[in-house]
Design a protein around this ligand. Structure first.
Ligand code: IMP
Length: 185
């Protein structure tokens, strides 16, 4: 199998997936499958549910990507609620919550979910450790990229190619590709 069907409405995730998986020999095709966002405390459950829901609905193999940022000083918040927080608070309010905090550690996590029709979903987790910046910086990327510092640059200051090499999504998708190589190709 050389093609991966990616159920996402997020053009940034799609672009990154095409580059990450393209580098290891897979073509990525976007699928229109708006699966219900399950309310759960962990990304694995949400991702597995989404992959299975789309595989059942479309009767084909499907990959999904659920991601979140886990901030140490906020006890892992927003984590699985990252989308809600971005939509309703935004990066400036997150920075406000972090005002005066000296522990600025944060982990970005992606869980790739994959399911074959009538199969059991599998998940592949990738992480990157960084810190929350003091202000928004950079013009690339999306979401929390302007406030997520990897070493001394925010993800928004990095070109895609550099972000993908170290990112949560890169790590999760390369793990998935290795599994595909061993199991389905
Ligand atoms: P979801 O996986 O689309 O539910 O993403 C959760 C939240 O994290 C959304 O607000 C996304 O914009 C954000 N997000 C997901 N991946 C990234 C990333 O690679 N960089 C920055 N923000 C991201």
């Amino acid at each position: 199998m050389h093609k991966i069907y990616f159920a996402t409405g997020n053009a940034h995730k799609l672009r990154e997936a095409k580059n990450i998986l393209g580098d290891v020999g897979y073509e990525v095709e976007q699928l229109d499958c708006d699966y219900p966002e399950l309310q759960a405390d962990d990304l694995e459950t949400i991702s597995a549910y989404g992959a299975r829901w789309c595989a059942d609905k479309l009767d084909r193999d499907v990959m999904v990507d659920d991601s979140g940022i886990f901030i140490d000083a906020l006890n892992g918040f927003p984590g699985p609620y990252s989308r809600y927080v971005e939509d309703h608070l935004g990066n400036q309010k997150v920075l406000k919550l972090m005002e005066g905090e000296t522990n600025r550690k944060a982990v970005f996590r992606t869980v790739v979910g994959f399911c074959l029709p009538d199969g059991e979903p599998r998940t592949f987790t990738g992480e990157v450790v960084g810190t929350i910046s003091l202000e928004e910086r950079g013009t690339h990327g999306f979401g929390y990229d302007p406030i997520f510092l990897y070493e001394d640059q925010t993800f928004s200051e990095l070109e895609d190619i550099k972000k993908n090499r170290v990112s949560h999504r890169g790590n999760a998708m390369r793990k998935f590709a290795r599994w595909l190589e061993l199991n389905l190709r």
